[in-house]
Design a protein around this ligand. Sequence first.
Ligand SMILES: NC(=O)C1=CN([C@@H]2O[C@H](COP(=O)(O)OP(=O)(O)OC[C@H]3O[C@@H](n4cnc5c(N)ncnc54)[C@H](OP(=O)(O)O)[C@@H]3O)[C@@H](O)[C@H]2O)[C@@H](O)CC1
Ligand SMILES: [K+]
Length: 587
Amino acid sequence: MISGTEILTAAQMRAMESAAIASGAVTGLELMERAGGAVAGHIRLRWPKPGRVTVLCGPGNNGGDGYVIARALWQAGWRVRVLGLDNTAGPDATEMRRRWREIGAVLPLTEDELRCPGESSDVYVDAIFGTGLTRPPEGAIARILAYLGGSGGDWGFFRDRLVAVDCPSGMCLDSGAFLGTRRGPGEYDLRARMTVAFDSPKPGHLLERGPDCCGELVIADIGLRDWRCRAPGGRGGWRSQRPASLTAIWPDFGIADPRRSDGDDRRKAAWLSKRDDPGGHKFGHGHALILAGGAGQGGAARLAARAALRVGAGLVTLCPPAPALTEHAGAPDALMRRAVDDTGALRALLEDRRITALCLGPGAGVGRAAALLPGVLSSRRPCVLDADALTALAADPGLMGGLHPGCVLTPHRGEFARLFPDLDARLSGPQPPAPDLDPRDMARFMPDLVAYRAALSEMRGPAYSRLDAARDAATRSGAVILLKGPDTVIAEPAPRVLPDGPAIPGRAIIHSAFDVPWLATAGSGDVLAGIITGLLARGLPPLDAAATGAGLHAAAARRFGPGLIADDLPEEIPGLFRDMERITAAP
Ligand SMILES: NC(=O)C1=CN([C@@H]2O[C@H](COP(=O)(O)OP(=O)(O)OC[C@H]3O[C@@H](n4cnc5c(N)ncnc54)[C@H](OP(=O)(O)O)[C@@H]3O)[C@@H](O)[C@H]2O)[C@@H](O)CC1
Ligand SMILES: [K+]
């Protein structure tokens, strides 16, 4: 529903590059020249006056980009020092190294050279590892990376002047984790001021350590986007054939960016604000039931109910047990109240087919959630299961069998660990070796780029990621999973696999909200559950409702600013709708 930008995994990126080269549309050298040229261009934009630069070149094509950057900056009048390895792999990187050697020297890539007194630079270019990182860096290279990360004692020195090519070296572009270190922030994580990546963001730019360590993220076009749209075999284009299997929603590409507004965005804005439905009836926008808990626990459910109303559900009914009914007598008056004491009462209520979505969890109490879950699930109505409903689900795995594709589960990491302990353990534990692309598979899928891409989407990076975990959990449970965090991942179950076809993964979305840390506040999750329930009630499919809900939730927090409490979030939604309409209005 909310526009995003397509993400490619590292394997997809490499495969697309190979396919473009194999098609004859471009050579590897041309791509490297464009990539290095783009990084040099962004350096010159931020440091307009030529200064001193040290370029650190690794053994692969990331290093090849480094030699191009060195040449481009030298041509622009910079004083360039290049530290590189002897064992440059691959013909393109070797050729770029040769071209640089016609201009200047390549000093050994060692910590001593990096520390060399009197050789301090204004800019350091990290072109050591990019998408080809397959294992944790060791020995001398690991020490160099730690030094750039601040082990020499001057952490801020490199942070202010490090430009990463594709990613900070050592970070896995599929997970945002630094290979070989404990998950989570590390003492000497390499942190760049700016990262210039190519063609599309990769999951690692948006997950875990990515947003903090990449600094400003720039996605440079290296000419593959046009090729993708013209590619033969795509029957109208790689991109337009199917919705992207993986999408990012992040502040630069979110709903508030007029540069990305198109007719589709206008339609979405009009749908959200109901302007596209003049003369519509309240039942035309659905009826949401929010199942509340016992006396003294009603606040969370009321927050959810208010959010469901604000996001446009035609009717919202709050359903506590009878003894707690009076507690909910206050505002908003638009909210209806109805006692639901047990599953029997719930089933009777659900005979009204106009009830189009349910929410169970916020403030429900684990016992009541466990009692009502079978009724909620057997209704087969779209539903959000949050908080206590997730705890109840984890405590009784038999209930998992009742989940269906209309369910949206919204666990935070702790709830996810209770629901899927083995997947959570893989997220924190030792990492399996990386799978690699079998050239026979490439040949098999080359004529049909859509299938080719779909098959590659299954490939995983060297570190098991939050994206992998959410996708696996969705496929196992048969429900949409929204794994909460500043890097929220939303995944749908993998669809049916054709007998002889490639495995088609379910769609997934990464929603990045690192810029709104004040969203981490009591009741914020209850509001999110309510927004998604409201959108489900209005008829959005579960993945869209979850992704749009996450987008509106963060946008509301962004709009309000620091000092936010959960009660403020629903009240920002009308303003958000107005903003969206204004921004997307036809000129
Ligand atoms: N895709 C595109 O469209 C474009 C991509 N471009 C650029 O290419 C980059 C990808 O290049 P790449 O595939 O050569 O990988 P890269 O990151 O340079 O490293 C691979 C080398 O490192 C080695 N190695 C790995 N791990 C290691 C470790 N822990 N410790 C030590 N060595 C290790 C590995 O050796 P091996 O694993 O084979 O032993 C191999 O020699 C990409 O990020 C972008 O910058 C642009 O030029 C043009 C457009
Ligand atoms: K790099």
